[in-house]
Design a protein around this ligand. Structure first.
Ligand code: ADP
Ligand code: MG
Length: 737
């Protein structure tokens, strides 16, 4: 161990902590260097200044207390695995000694640390359970005698049972004591630091780990958040510069080609949003570098039409286009609706077709050998103007004569390699249009989707009927009956009904579906409220409905991602044509499915879905001028925390508002898709929602550096930091755009 200031960012931790401790740190967090350790930032701080007395705790509020542990008790839970740790503490601040109970679900860390007789600072929300106040899973930090007198804030770190907060703080002290300022050179330009009013690197490390005041700690955090945003935006700005230097074929279209003919046949007028987005895209296509545009629009705002018009402009210019959809059902739908929209203009290659017509084909994994060959030939010969498909479009077998535009629907489901695979099918990079119905606030879009221009469509085509959304508590038998009665009412009127279930069967989930975590009810000493049945499945729902007399004469179909594709197509066709009145399905209908006669959507065990997903789902109804009703059914209590999500969806149909609550609720990793790839969360300090303003400022600062006279090259330290920061993960992340 040493206290002389000699550590640089790269100093191995074992020279600081000794081999044994360093190994433990590595096991717990994966850190091996001083720089990595110092970047383990506190989640928050606790402060003696904000102490409350146990005897005067306000119910429902967040409090911090200092108290002594009196008893520790471990109990098994009834309905769930794991244990409950009950800790009773008391303080000496009130008129007499008051005690308070705290509970920890699976409190391994607490069990180890909170010994009887120890004193700690606790903080959490005061709740009432069985007439007693308690704190559920509070945060805490053990205090030794000296600390009890120390008014400085206590950092609370992400910790583990093996590596509790106290130990992290001890290590941090050792590391900080040896930091050599020269070992941590500043890479953010002085002028930027000044303008942003953020501390330099070494001061920020000191202040984030050992602040004199909480405000100082947060000011230091701001430096690291800015640093992260700045590096990200620099990398994005460089990518943009690079893209603008790439060549692309300008697709000017012709005044009297397919697009013009198509516009004449359109049975409706374009919405303002469609006109504007159409113009933005059209102008991009004419430029000599590849378009990279995100078309964002509410569910039902008519994105397909905008994309189709862009495709026609490219076809008019001699190019071919591809439309990539995330699921087979959606690919089929797109193919069908494009064929329908184009009418005789989409019959190219067919007998007696319109001479101006282009050929529209569908390629999915389940295409038979003969059909596959036909489709591949059409693309390879240049005859096909529009090729719609799923991942199978990415196969090496697929080639084009002149691929000019790639449209990706619901892009968040496609990875980098996949889009690169498509890009590589053209000699010069094709233009790229990405469509998403998940509304994304602008700052998030520019962070999450990187180097993308954004077109926004907030208006819906006229004639859209409103959708009423209601929560249906399934514990009440009367409500269950009402639910089925509503289904009967709709089908009796000749309308159609979607029933959405979270799972395909007991064992099988939809492929890209991750259930929302349903939090435990607070204050339940191990019990989860009234028993609720296992999550509803498509299989069980089919059985249930088919066994009910009221549906004896109703044709009901099932649809999910694991069905063979002919069956999928057949089920969809039956529902589309109105033959089947009820479609029981998973989230495969979440995007794109467009059946105008559907007026009711029943979502069973709705708490399993996220806000955006629920919003997407209900966007399937009310499409044909008939008012729609969405019933979100749940077994959960009205007070259950997960029901708040459902209430949010119930309260508004503004997708942009909902997207914000959704993003606020999700962990960062979810937004960035990191949890799917299993890699570390890409952003460490930044919170894309909370730090929106900071991100915007970082973008400005990054642009002024990159667009400045000598560019990033004139700041070698900064350039190196960007390069180091853009590791493989990050590269993948950046290329999402
Ligand atoms: P989304 O943006 O959700 O993908 P779609 O492209 O599926 O929306 O469009 C929804 C429906 O609205 C389709 O049936 C489409 O034909 C129709 N539509 C698109 N644009 C208009 C318009 N300008 N006026 C009327 N209906 C339109
Ligand atoms: Mg769509």
């Amino acid at each position: 161990m040493t206290a002389s200031p000699e550590f640089t960012s790269d100093t191995p931790l074992n020279t600081v902590l000794g081999a044994a401790s360093a190994r433990k740190v590595e096991t717990a967090f994966g850190y091996t260097t001083v720089g990595q350790m110092l970047s383990h930032f506190p989640r928050r701080y606790m402060e003696i200044g904000e102490l409350s007395k146990i005897s005067e705790l306000p119910v429902g509020e967040d409090v911090t207390i200092v108290a002594e542990v009196k008893t520790v008790n471990q109990r098994r839970m009834h309905s769930r695995s794991g244990f409950l740790l009950e800790v009773v503490v008391s303080d000496a601040l009130g008129p007499e000694q008051s005690t308070l109970r705290m509970t920890f679900f699976n409190g391994y860390e607490a069990k180890k640390e909170l010994q009887v007789g120890s004193t700690a600072m606790f903080s959490g929300k005061v709740t009432i359970y069985r007439n007693h106040m308690e704190l559920t899973h509070p945060e805490y930090s053990l205090l030794d005698t000296a600390e009890r007198a120390d008014p400085r804030p206590i950092p609370i770190y992400p910790a583990t049972a093996k590596f509790p907060n106290k130990k992290i703080r001890e290590i941090m002290e050792m590391v900080l004591a040896g930091v050599d300022p020269l070992g941590f050179p500043e890479f953010i330009p002085e002028s930027v630091l000044e303008k942003q009013r953020i501390p330099g690197r070494v001061v920020a490390y000191e202040n984030i780990h050992r602040p004199q005041t909480v405000a100082q700690g947060y000011a230091a955090r701001k430096r690291f958040a800015f640093e992260e945003a700045f590096l990200l935006q620099l990398a994005l700005a460089q990518r943009r510069v690079h893209r603008l230097q790439q060549p692309a074929i300008a697709r000017r279209g012709t005044g009297d080609g397919l697009l013009a003919a198509f516009d004449k046949t359109l049975p409706f007028t374009l919405t303002d949003g469609q006109v504007l987005a159409g113009m933005e895209i059209s102008e991009d296509l004419v430029r000599g570098h590849p378009m990279n545009r995100l078309l964002q629009g509410e569910v039902g705002s008519g994105k397909t039409l905008v994309a189709l018009r862009a495709m026609l402009q490219v076809i008019d210019s001699g190019g071919q286009t591809a439309l990539l959809a995330p699921t087979e059902v959606l690919a089929q739908q797109h193919h069908q609706s494009i064929k329908k929209l184009l009418g005789s203009l989409g019959t190219g290659g067919e007998l007696g077709s319109d001479p101006r017509a282009t050929r529209v084909d569908l390629l999915t994994g389940s295409a038979g050998a003969k059909e596959r060959k036909r489709v591949l030939l059409g693309a390879a010969s240049g005859e096909t103007g529009i090729l719609v498909g799923t991942h199978s479009l990415l196969s090496d077998m697929v080639s084009f004569v002149d691929l000019g535009l790639v449209v990706v629907d619901e892009q968040h489901r496609f990875g980098v390699e996949q889009r690169d695979a498509l890009r590589s099918k053209a000699d010069t990079p094709p233009h790229m249009l990405v469509m998403t119905a998940t509304p994304i606030p602008r700052t998030v879009a520019m962070t999450v989707f990187g180097d993308l221009e954004v077109s926004l469509m907030r208006t819906l085509p006229p004639g859209r009927a409103p959708i009423a959304t209601h929560l249906v508590p399934l514990q009440l038998p009367a409500m269950q009956q009402r639910l089925f009665a509503r289904m009967v009412e709709e089908t009796a009127k000749g309308h159609q009904v979607y029933v959405v279930c979270p799972r395909i069967s007991e064992k099988v989930l939809e492929d890209d579906y991750l259930p929302m975590p349903v939090e435990p009810m607070p204050n339940t000493a191990g019990d989860d409220g009234p028993a609720r049945p296992a999550t509803m499945t498509v299989e069980k729902m089919m059985e249930l409905l088919q066994s009910m007399d009221i549906f004896a004469n109703t044709e009901i179909r099932a649809l999910h991602g694991r069905m063979p594709s002919e069956e999928k197509a057949e089920a969809m066709q039956a529902f589309d044509s109105g033959r089947a009145s009820i479609l029981v399905s998973t989230t495969v209908i979440e995007v794109g499915v467009d059946v105008h006669n559907a007026t009711l959507m029943v979502i069973i065990d709705a708490e399993n879905f996220g806000i955006s997903q629920l919003h997407q789902l209900r966007g399937r109804i009310g499409r044909g001028g008939l008012p729609g009703t969405c019933l979100m059914a749940t077994w959960l209590d009205a007070e259950h925390p997960s029901v708040a999500r459902l209430r949010a969806v119930e309260s508004t149909t503004d997708g942009f508002l909902l997207a914000e609550s959704d993003l606020n609720e999700r962990r960062e990793g979810d937004i960035l898709g990191a949890n799917q790839s299993g890699s570390r969360s890409t952003l460490k300090v930044l919170r894309v929602m909370k730090d929106a303003k900071l991100i915007a400022r970082a973008r400005e600062a990054a642009e002024s550096v990159v667009d400045g006279e000598a560019g990033l090259g004139s700041y070698p330290g900064l350039q190196a930091a960007v390069e180091e920061w853009v590791d493989e993960d990050m590269q993948a992340f950046l290329e999402r755009g």
